[in-house]
Write a protein that binds this ligand. Structure first.
Ligand code: HEM
Length: 537
């Protein structure tokens, strides 16, 4: 029998109508009182003032006044779909999670997003894209919260507020909306040169996907898997679109964005509605779980680094098909809450310092974005596995909890089923020895900021390299401060001298010189931004 303290056990993916689905044939108040009209306020005479006693008027307007919730602090603009993940069994030898059992089908909800634009911004901007997948597994919810670019700007989550502040719209004029160039963004990424590889990916054609259906997805961090024997492996996740990877060139993106700022969300919804169901294969690169957590000299805990597929091939472990559009944008796409710490037995985190900070941030932000601690009860966030969390009360509590003893063990509510199943548990899968003294120092391998940027740039076809140089020149031309533009091309010399020279020439700058990474105080000039914003080169 189910334990007495079961809370939310609903299996709804959010698409089904709920109890308050407004199905009656006549109009009512929120309390179900029948209404004769909703078009006319109650007034003291035909030409007199409106009466405070008109409850319907006040209820209707009050609810409207509170319809908006805060948009996500990043990834505010998104589009989503329901689907299914089918495992091919290839991961079973390394991972005991049931989602990877051969032939197993698991419902998913996927949200794609831009990172920096506001909720109403355009789709075809140059930016990183979010690729977040919620797997409603029978062992609890697993979220794979990734991006379409396999490296990240920073190595340590403590810098996340800083990079986002630098990249969000300029404080004086609140433009641009996305990661078009502006002084603070370029100031940050040229002073924090660990951002070089991610910035290069953004400036390449990867920065403007043709369609969400044609993007790769990456878990970025290294995760730890364990199998039925307790043997562990380190893995990196990859989504490979069946339609291949395709981008827009800059001019196409400008036209598409001008004609239809909703280009990507329309494309996704239209494709699903017409039966052209988008598909991705999920793959993993697998590495031995060695004590140093390095592979071929690459630090697996550094989220600014990839492991080239030539060194570690991607092994396909299943396929995801998106099958159904959301029926209500707010209830599903807006209220969905992903978290990199939503894990199932067999999948665990590593000590990547970026991932460690993310484990704190998502729940914290969702408590304010979704109005309290009970948002896991919202239909789209409800696990499809049984929930027995002993959490009680709080804002927007909608469960009516049975039992009197929300603690374990107890002698009143039927004993202790929780501990009986503890050997199947998640989150403490692998006892990892932790040693060392408290320090803010980082490993020497984290100091390599350019080798992988160089690798990526040199892997591009000549036309892609040309697009990349043009993108740098276009975006940097929007920088007000010459010193930041110059520093950006100086940094590029560490990636590729010809790239740096090409960008410098397009900007009309002198040939790039040696790197000087000392911050320069340009704030007096920046404070005048407004009248002399340079025209693009
Ligand atoms: C949201 C990915 C790093 C904080 C998101 C979303 C994605 C994502 C895909 C949107 C989820 C959705 O569609 O609802 C990533 C990736 C990262 C990364 C791939 C690095 C590998 C970080 C870091 C932090 C952070 C370091 C903070 C320390 C947030 C916050 C949100 C968010 C606060 C909004 C969540 C919400 O309101 O529900 N991230 N992120 N992210 N991310 Fe990250």
């Amino acid at each position: 029998a189910a334990p007495a303290t079961v809370t939310a056990t609903g299996n709804s993916t959010g698409a089904e109508p709920t109890l308050r689905a407004q199905q009656s044939t006549y109009l009512t108040t929120a309390q179900g009182g029948r209404l004769p009209t909703t078009d006319h306020s109650l007034r003291a005479g035909e030409r007199g003032p409106v009466l405070l006693q008109d409850h319907h008027l006040r209820e209707k307007i009050t609810h409207f006044d509170h319809e908006r919730i805060p948009e996500r602090v990043v990834h505010a603009r998104g589009a989503a779909a329901h689907g299914v993940f089918r495992a091919n069994g290839a991961a079973k030898s390394i991972c005991r999670a049931s989602v990877f059992d051969q032939g197993k089908e698991t419902e998913v909800f996927v949200r794609f997003s831009t990172v920096l634009g506001s909720r109403g911004s355009a789709d075809t901007v140059r930016d990183t894209r979010g690729f977040a997948v919620k797997f409603y597994t029978d062992q609890g919810t697993w979220d794979l919260v990734g991006n379409n670019i396999p490296v990240f700007f920073i190595q340590d989550a403590i810098k996340f507020p800083d990079v986002v502040h630098a990249a969000k719209p300029h404080p004086t004029r609140e433009i641009p909306q996305a990661q078009s160039a502006h002084d603070t963004f370029w100031d940050f990424v040229t002073l924090h040169t660990e951002a070089t590889a991610h910035t290069l990916w953004n400036m390449s054609d990867r920065g403007i996907p043709r369609s969400y259906r044609m993007m790769e997805g990456f878990g970025i961090h290294t995760f730890r898997m364990s199998n039925d024997d307790g043997t562990t492996s380190l893995v990196k996740f990859h989504w490979k679109p069946r339609l291949g990877v395709h981008s827009m060139v800059w001019e196409e993106a400008q036209i598409a964005g001008g004609m239809d700022p909703d280009f990507h969300r329309r494309d996704l919804a239209d494709a699903i509605e017409s039966g052209a169901l988008p598909e991705w294969d999920l793959g993993v690169q697998v590495f031995p779980d060695t004590e140093d957590q390095m592979f071929e000299g690459i630090d697996l805990l550094d989220p600014t680094k990839i492991v080239p597929e030539e060194l570690a091939p991607v092994k396909i472990i299943g396929t995801m098909t998106l099958t159904k559009n959301p029926t209500n944008y707010f209830a599903e796409t807006e209220q969905v809450a992903f978290h990199p710490g939503h894990l199932v037995p067999g999948i665990d985190v590593t000590a990547d310092p970026l991932l460690q900070g993310r484990l704190f941030s998502y729940l914290d932000t969702q408590i304010s974005r979704l109005g309290g601690p009970n948002f896991a009860q919202l239909p789209v966030n409800r696990p499809h596995a049984q929930v027995n969390d002993m959490q009680r009360d709080g804002m927007h509590q909608s469960a009516v909890h049975a039992g009197v003893a929300p603690y374990k063990p107890n002698s009143l509510d039927g004993g202790c089923p929780f501990f009986a199943g503890a050997d199947q548990g998640a989150l403490i899968d692998v006892p990892v020895a932790i040693k060392g003294e408290a320090t803010r120092e980082k490993p020497a391998s984290f100091e390599d900021h350019f080798s992988q940027a160089r690798l990526f740039y040199r892997s591009l076809a000549p036309v892609e390299q040309e697009h990349t140089a043009s993108a740098y020149a276009f975006e940097l031309a929007k920088c007000y401060e010459p010193v930041i533009r110059q520093r950006a091309v100086d940094v590029l010399t560490q990636v590729d001298q010809e790239l740096a020279e090409s960008v410098a020439a397009k900007l009309g700058l002198p040939a790039p010189g040696p790197l000087d990474l000392d911050p320069v105080d340009v704030s007096p000039a920046l404070s005048q931004v407004g009248s002399e914003w340079p025209v693009s080169g």
